[in-house]
Structure formats: structure tokens, C-alpha cells
Design a protein around this ligand. Structure first.
Ligand code: ADP
Ligand code: MG
Length: 601
């Protein structure tokens, strides 16, 4: 029996181990299994005629409080144990690759993954390795080491080629003796590994991951099936992209655009990150720009520097490029669907538009990629790009009227009556996009909500009440001051001759102020309340004339207030605290109405 000292540079390794120690103890499973996979792969490469079955067995011994990891890999000689295990800083993967450079696609070796073999000490007070190398005349070895830096190495009785690692769990790590707990960990980290893995005899990994196949070999059915496996009980995704990049970094990925119920939760990213089929993390939040984090699926990238801490990840160039690739691919796919399957595209557009628009706001390049399929609905219900819409409108005007909430635009009928086209802006993020679009489109356009200004198209100059009375006032001016007197400081009143008689009054909401307010609301900020400043009353409305002629001051007051608040309500501007007052007044007015009807009967 021999003994020696571990060549650990404690000052290097301990901080790393500690960092993981409390939060991610379970990763020792990932490390030991990936070493076992590497070992099997090495055996198959270096000793192709060896008749061993490819197999990894994990077993739990509750009585002994031990975990066993048994593989049929290449095994190690005593020298190799000394070299690869005892000299912690030295990775055998590197050396193997340099030997077999020609015959091996390097990406099949997992090595260099995380903490490596020594992560076992996060849960074990002692680790034994029994191993028999594939090499001719090799002798089995038993290496054993507790948490001190001394180890022993001696001959062992192991007959089968491969390695058996025994972890004597420490007192704090009992949870790993639970089969369900261990199965959960294995399922998570090892579901897609290439060699059969068993826990207490039952198989963990059943399928090859779809992302290793070439895109042209995968059918829609395959993609859906894979999605259902990753996210059981979820509705099928809307569409997907399959990435297969070799340069400048290797990445295979299948990413799905999920059906999102309500507001997407950008903090809850569910894209799974793999490194050579080993699960690493189920959040790519730090890897991808925010708008891409709604995507689900798997990214397998052996080149991502996974060992560095998360904050460093953001800075890495490779990682930024990954985001760029994905966003490009996403835009390409959408453009393809827009060209070839327009009907399907318009059907799902409303489900994805908010995310796409968020992407445009966060990434100017993404706008360039998306602008040709960025479509909008007009009030007739047709989906058009802005270019198409402008073309339809006629080249003369570059002013686009829109309504942000179809039902909230009492003014809309005035536009339709005059055949002025109106666009719908239904997504809450649209307001944020307007400024960008105004800058990007050339020649430039302006957007204006239907209640943003008093356009001449809405007015009927021929019916303006411009006659001056004996006091030198117009009828129109008198109507305005009548309502102004009733409404006092609440709002500024203007009287206009509108083309339509139906609409008694509406609020003029300055486009800039309103956009600003909407944006603040969108980002959850409070405190910026821009009260509508102008109430336009329609001098051609019979209702307005009738109120103007009411004799009772009390009734006139109520009616003017009611008219004002109806306009607020119609344009979704009535504050909720004002609702009670509005309802009380409505009741009062109805009673008055009935009383007068009775008297007249
Ligand atoms: P890495 O996997 O990055 O090389 P590890 O610390 O995980 O680093 O492992 C160190 C080395 O120990 C491996 O490269 C390999 O040579 C050897 N090794 C570890 N586990 C096994 C095993 N189950 N079978 C054969 N060799 C192993
Ligand atoms: Mg390893």
C-alpha cells in the first residue's frame, strides 16, 4: 500500500467548492456521471474491440450510507489515478484529446465541465475509487481519501473493466440516500446523456435529445414530441427554430415560441442550457436578451464558459453572439412563415407581437430584421404592414390615425363616416413603438390617436355658428361659455361644429402627453397624471343644444357634468374614484326624466 499527498492548490479550489457548496450540492451527481460518460467514450475510442457493455449504474446503500457510481469505462491504472485524480488541477480530458485528436470529434468529451471529481467531497466524508483499466495486464486499484489531503492507494480485487466510485456520505447529506431525490437529480442533469444510466436498476435516460439531429432529419411531429417531453402538460408551442452552429462557437439548440397565457414573465426563463448533453441550468436569463427569454427549449453549447460566475457571463463575447444568432434565426423563421404561410402567421401574430415589439425596442437590429413582417390591423380587420397601409391610404398623407382600444373610441364613427382610415394599436407596448417607427420610416410618418387633435376632416365648416348677436358674440362662443360655467375649472371647453351630429362631446388628449403617460403606466410608474385638458362640445349635437337651453340651473349643472363624465368614460379616462359620483348623478337624472314624463302624460 502506498500513500501520498493530494496536490490541491487549496487557495484555488476551495473558494470555488465553497461557492457551490450550499446552493448546488447536487451537482456532484452531474460531475461523476459526466466523468463516467467520458470514460465509456474513451474506452470505445481507444479500445474499440473491448466487449464491455456501455452502462452506468448508480446505487444507494441506505444502511452503509453510501452511494455507488459504477461505469464500464476505460478505467484507470495506478499511475493514472495518481496523475488524474490526485493532481486535482490536471484534467485527463485534455491529454486524451491530444492523443486522439484525429479520431475524435472533441465535442463528445465532457471533461472540464465544472468542479470535476472533487465535487464528491461536497457530500462525502470519504471517497473510494476502485478501478480496472482497459489496458492489457492492468491491475485493479483502490484509491481512498477522506477530507484531509492524504490518500491511500493499493491493489484491489475488481474483475470488470471500469470504475466504481463509492461516496461515504457525510452527516449533512442524507437527502441523497432518498431514491426519489436522487432520481429527480439524475432526471434533471442526465436525461439526455448518450449511455444508459440506471438508478437502483431502473433506467433514467430513454431518448436521444432531438437537438443532436440535423434539422432536415426532424419532422414537426418530432419537434412537438420533444417539446411535450420537456414541458409536459403545456399547450403545444406556436412555432420553433432549430440552430446548428459550428462557427464561431458550437451550439445546437431547439427553441420554441410557447403559447403564453397573459403577460409573459420575463423573470421565469425556462430555456434549458446543456453542455454536451449534460444539463447545466434551466435559466438562460443571463445569456439572452430579455425578449428572447420567453423562448423555451434547449441550448447545447460545449463552448460556453460555464465555470465562470454568472455576472461574468454577460460580458462574454461568445454569449452575446449567441443572442444575436438566436434573434436572427427567430426573425428568419418568422419572415419565412410570413411569406409562405400568411394565414397561419396572422393567426398567431397577436400572441407573439408584444414579444417581437419588445425585441424591437431593445435591439435596433432586430427591428431591421422584423420590419417587413411587422403587421397591423386596420379597423376593417385587414392585416397590413405600414408600407402597405400607407400605400392603401394614398401617397398624399403620411399621418396615421390610430385607436388604441377599439371600444374606447367614440370618435371612431366620425372617422369611418368620413372614410378616413384608422389603424388599431391593440398591444400595450405599441405606444412605446410609435416614436421609433416615426423615426425609422422614410419619408417619415406621424402617428396620432383619433382623439389627439381636432382635424379639419372631422369638422363641418358650413354649419359653424358664426353669426354675431347684439353683444357681438357667436352662438358657438356662448355655448362654450355656458358649459364652461357649469364645469368651472374641471376642464377647458371648446365648442366646435363637428361633421357628425351623433357625438355630443369628446376629450382632446394631446398626443405627446398621452403617450408619455401611457409609457409611464406601462413601466409601472405612477404619479404622472395628465388630466385631459380640453372638452370639445359639438354645436351640431341635438343633446348639446338641448342642455344649452335648459332653464333650471341645477339640472343644467348635472347635465353638463354628466356630458363631461360620459366623455371621460367613453375614452377610458374616468378615474375609478369618480365612478360613485357618476352613478349617483345618473340615478338622479333618470328620476328627473321619469318625473317629467309622468307630468307630461
Ligand atoms: P475532467 O473531467 O475535467 O477531466 P475531473 O476532475 O472530473 O476533470 O476528472 C479528472 C480525471 O480523472 C478525468 O479526466 C479522468 O481522466 C479521470 N477520471 C475521473 N473519473 C473517471 C472514471 N469514472 N473513469 C475513468 N477515469 C476517470
Ligand atoms: Mg469531469
Amino acid at each position: 500500500m502506498a500513500s501520498g499527498n493530494l496536490k490541491i492548490h487549496t487557495e484555488n479550489i476551495l473558494p470555488i467548492i465553497k461557492k457551490w457548496l450550499y446552493s448546488d450540492k447536487e451537482i456532484f451527481v452531474r460531475e461523476l456521471i459526466s466523468n463516467a460518460c467520458d470514460a465509456i467514450f474513451k474506452r470505445k475510442t481507444a479500445f474499440p474491440n473491448c466487449p464491455c457493455e456501455d452502462r452506468i449504474d448508480v446505487t444507494i446503500d441506505r444502511n452503509q450510507k453510501t452511494l455507488h457510481f459504477l461505469d464500464t469505462g476505460i478505467g484507470m491504472t495506478a499511475e493514472e489515478v495518481e496523475k488524474y485524480i490526485a493532481q486535482v488541477a490536471f484534467s485527463g480530458a485534455e491529454e486524451f484529446l491530444s492523443h486522439y485528436k484525429e479520431s475524435v470529434e472533441s465535442q463528445q468529451i465532457i471533461g472540464h465541465f465544472g468542479l470535476g471529481f472533487f465535487s464528491a467531497y461536497m457530500v462525502a466524508k470519504r471517497v473510494d475509487i476502485q478501478t480496472l483499466s482497459c489496458q492489457e495486464n492492468a491491475e485493479a486499484v483502490l484509491w481512498s481519501c477522506d477530507t484531509s489531503t492524504t490518500y491511500t492507494i493499493e491493489k484491489a480485487a475488481k474483475k470488470e473493466i471500469g470504475t466504481a466510485i463509492t461516496l461515504h456520505l457525510d452527516a449533512e447529506s442524507d437527502e441523497f440516500l432518498e431514491e426519489t431525490r436522487l432520481r429527480e437529480i439524475l432526471n434533471r442533469y442526465c436525461s439526455f446523456l448518450p449511455y444508459p444510466i440506471y438508478l437502483n436498476g431502473s433506467r433514467i435516460n430513454e431518448t436521444d435529445p432531438l437537438w443532436i439531429k440535423a434539422p432536415q432529419e426532424c419532422s414537426d411531429f418530432d419537434y412537438l414530441e420533444f417539446y411535450r417531453k420537456l414541458y409536459p402538460l403545456n399547450p403545444d408551442p406556436i412555432f420553433w427554430i432549430h440552430l446548428n452552429i459550428d462557427y464561431p462557437f458550437r451550439t445546437k439548440a431547439i427553441l420554441y415560441f410557447p403559447k403564453i397565457a397573459q403577460r409573459p414573465d420575463y423573470n421565469k426563463n425556462e430555456t434549458r442550457l446543456f453542455c454536451n448533453r449534460v444539463f447545466v441550468s434551466d435559466s438562460c436569463r443571463d445569456l439572452l436578451p430579455e425578449y428572447l427569454t420567453v423562448l423555451r427549449g434547449a441550448i447545447d453549447s460545449p463552448d460556453l464558459p460555464l465555470n465562470v460566475s454568472r455576472s461574468n457571463l454577460q460580458l462574454d463575447r461568445t454569449i452575446r453572439q449567441l443572442g444575436t444568432h438566436i434573434s436572427k434565426k427567430l426573425a428568419d423563421r418568422l419572415s419565412q412563415l410570413f411569406q409562405n404561410e400568411k394565414e397561419r402567421f396572422t393567426c398567431f401574430w397577436e400572441e407573439i407581437e408584444s414579444i417581437i415589439k419588445l425585441g424591437i425596442l431593445q435591439d435596433e437590429k432586430f427591428y431591421e430584421r422584423c420590419k417587413d413582417f411587422l403587421i397591423w390591423k386596420n379597423i376593417e380587420g385587414d392585416w397590413l404592414t405600414l408600407e402597405q397601409y400607407l400605400e392603401k391610404m394614398g401617397a398624399s398623407s403620411r399621418k396615421i390615425y390610430y385607436t388604441s382600444d377599439l371600444s374606447a373610441s367614440p370618435l371612431l364613427s366620425s372617422y369611418t363616416a368620413r372614410k378616413i382610415p384608422v389603424l388599431r394599436m391593440t398591444s400595450p407596448i405599441d405606444t412605446a413603438l410609435l416614436g421609433l417607427l416615426e423615426n425609422k420610416l422614410s419619408p417619415s410618418v406621424t402617428f396620432q390617436r383619433v382623439d389627439g387633435s381636432l382635424d379639419s376632416a372631422l369638422l363641418d365648416a358650413s354649419r359653424e355658428k358664426t353669426f354675431l348677436d347684439s353683444e357681438g358674440k357667436t352662438e358657438s362662443a356662448k355655448m362654450a361659455s355656458f358649459f364652461q360655467n357649469q364645469l368651472k375649472e374641471k376642464v377647458k371647453v371648446e365648442a366646435k361644429s363637428l361633421a357628425s351630429n351623433e357625438l355630443p362631446a369628446f376629450l382632446l388628449l394631446d398626443e405627446g402627453d398621452r403617450r408619455m403617460r401611457d409609457l409611464m403606466q406601462l413601466s409601472g410608474q405612477k404619479g404622472f397624471s395628465s388630466k385631459p385638458k380640453t372638452l370639445v362640445i359639438n354645436t351640431n349635437s341635438p343633446l348639446v343644444s338641448a342642455i344649452y337651453n335648459v332653464k333650471s340651473t341645477e339640472l343644467a349643472q348635472d347635465l353638463a357634468d354628466q356630458l363631461y363624465e360620459l366623455a371621460l368614460l367613453g375614452q377610458r379616462e374616468l378615474e375609478s374614484f369618480a365612478l360613485d359620483q357618476f352613478l349617483n348623478r345618473s340615478t338622479r337624472l333618470l328620476e328627473t326624466l321619469l318625473n317629467t314624463t309622468h307630468q307630461n302624460q
